[in-house]
Design a protein around this ligand. Structure first.
Ligand code: FES
Ligand SMILES: [Fe+2]
Length: 393
C-alpha cells in the first residue's frame, strides 16, 4: 500500500487540488477514461519488454507477432514476479522466474514445468489435479490486459477497460509527418503531478523568473489575453505580437513579423503551445502521464519550421541538435521549479490549496475541468466561458 501524502486540507476540500486521488486508479474517476502515452514507438523493440506505471498501476509493454503494442498488468499469475523483468520472443512474453509464457492477450500459453505435452497427463495419473492444481495452461486464466495503440511515434495505453468508452481519441502530435516541419520528442520525468505540470506548461508569468535570460526576460510589460474555456479545452490567446523572446526564439523571426502566441490545454493532461511568425514557428506539445501523486513522465513533441526556404527541412535537421540542447536546458529549469513546488506541497498539511489572481484564470479553469473529471465527469461539466485578462511580465 502506498502511503497517502495528505495533500488535501480537510477544511477546504472544495478548493484543493487532490494530487493523491488524481493519480490513483481507484479514485481518479473519469481521469482514467483517456489514452495515456506509455512510451515512444522506438523504445518498444521486439526484444525486451518495458515497465511503466500509469495511475499507480504497473504495466508491462511488448510487441506481439504482428508488431502491435501489447500492455499487461506487470505481475505473473504464478508467483507474482514482475513480467517486465522477463523476455519477449515470437511476440510473447516469458516470466523471468519459472518461464510461464503469456500471449498479447494476457493468456498463459505455456508452462515449462508441465513438460512438452502441456496436458497434465502425468499429474492426473498421480492425482495431483484433485488437489487444486491446474494442469492445462489455457485454464490458468489471464493477466489483466490493457488496450494499446500506436500513433504519431507514440504508444498509448487505455487504463479504463473497454477502449470504446474512451472520452477522446489519442492526441495528434502537431505537424507530425508534415513536409517542411521537423518534429522531435523529449521524455522527461517530472517530480510533480499532472495538474501542476499542465499549469506550468501553460504559464507565462513564470517564464521571466524561471527562464530569465533563456527564454524571456522581465520587461515590466502589460500583456492582455483572452481565455476561452469550452468543450474540455482552455485556449489562451495572447495579444502581444511583439513579445521579445530571448534565446532561440529570435532565430524564427529574422524579418520581425508579428507573433501569434496561443496556449491550449486539452483534458485531461495535454498542452499545446504555439509561437508562429507567419507560417514559421514552433509548437510544443506536452502529454503528461501520471505515475503517482507527484511523479509523472512527460512526452514533449517539439515541432518547428524555420524561415529558411531552401531547403527548409535540411536546415531544420541540421539545427535540430542545437534546438534540442536549448529545449533541454529550458525543460531542466522547469523540472527544478516543479521539484521546488513539490517540496512546498508536501511540507505539512494543507498542500494543494491554491490562491489565484486574474493571471491564474486559465489555471483555475484547468483545475475546474480536472476536478470535475476526478469526481466522475458526469453532467455537462464546467460551462463554456470567454474572458479577457491582463497580466504583467
Ligand atoms: S512467478 Fe512467473 S513463472 Fe513463476
Ligand atoms: Fe517553464
Amino acid at each position: 500500500m502506498r502511503d497517502p501524502l495528505h495533500l488535501v486540507s480537510p477544511s477546504q476540500p472544495e478548493l484543493a487540488v487532490d494530487l493523491d486521488a488524481e493519480a490513483d486508479f481507484s479514485r481518479c474517476g473519469a481521469l482514467k477514461d483517456y489514452w495515456y502515452v506509455a512510451c515512444r514507438s522506438p523504445e518498444l523493440t521486439g526484444k525486451k519488454p518495458l515497465a511503466r506505471t500509469i495511475l499507480g498501476i504497473p504495466i508491462v509493454l511488448f510487441r506481439d507477432e504482428q508488431g502491435w503494442p501489447a500492455a499487461l498488468r506487470d505481475r505473473c499469475l504464478h508467483r507474482n514476479a514482475r513480467l517486465s523483468a522477463g523476455d519477449t520472443f515470437d511476440g510473447k512474453l516469458g516470466c523471468p522466474y519459472h518461464g510461464w509464457v503469456y500471449d498479447a492477450g494476457g493468456n498463459v500459453v505455456e508452462v515449462p514445468s508441465l513438460g512438452p505435452s502441456q496436458r497434465g497427463e502425468v499429474l492426473d495419473e498421480r492425482g495431483h489435479a484433485q488437489s487444486g492444481l491446474t494442469v492445462e495452461p489455457c485454464k490458468l486464466g489471464r493477466v489483466q490486459r490493457f488496450e494499446a495503440r500506436e500513433q504519431d511515434g507514440l504508444v498509448y495505453v487505455f487504463m479504463g477497460g473497454d477502449a470504446a468508452r474512451a472520452r477522446a481519441e489519442p492526441f495528434r502530435v502537431p505537424y507530425w509527418g508534415h513536409r517542411d516541419w521537423t518534429v522531435y520528442f523529449m521524455v522527461t520525468r517530472f517530480p510533480n503531478g499532472v495538474t501542476n505540470l499542465v499549469e506550468n506548461f501553460m504559464d507565462v508569468p513564470h517564464t521571466v523568473f524561471v527562464h530569465s535570460g533563456w527564454f524571456r526576460n522581465r520587461v515590466r510589460k502589460r500583456v492582455p489575453a483572452t481565455v476561452k474555456r469550452s468543450g474540455g479545452s482552455v485556449l489562451v490567446t495572447y495579444k502581444q505580437d511583439r513579445d521579445a523572446l530571448s534565446g532561440l526564439g529570435r532565430l524564427f523571426n529574422p524579418r520581425g513579423l508579428p507573433m501569434v502566441h496561443t496556449d491550449h490545454y486539452f483534458v485531461p493532461n495535454i498542452t499545446r503551445v504555439d509561437y508562429m511568425w507567419g507560417e514559421y514557428g514552433f509548437a510544443i506539445n506536452s502529454q503528461v502521464t501520471p505515475i503517482g501523486p507527484t511523479d509523472s513522465l512527460v512526452y514533449t513533441a517539439i515541432s518547428f519550421r524555420l524561415p529558411f526556404e531552401v531547403p527548409g527541412r535540411l536546415v531544420g535537421r541540421a539545427l535540430a541538435p542545437v534546438i534540442k540542447w536549448y529545449t533541454t536546458q529550458v525543460i531542466r529549469q522547469d523540472v527544478e521549479i516543479m521539484r521546488v513546488q513539490r517540496e512546498g506541497l508536501l511540507n505539512g498539511p494543507g498542500g494543494g490549496v491554491f490562491k489565484s489572481t486574474e493571471a491564474d484564470l486559465l489555471h483555475a479553469d484547468i483545475e475546474a475541468y480536472r476536478r470535475w473529471l476526478r469526481e466522475g465527469g458526469q453532467g455537462p461539466g464546467p460551462s463554456d466561458e470567454e474572458r479577457d485578462i491582463v497580466f504583467w511580465i
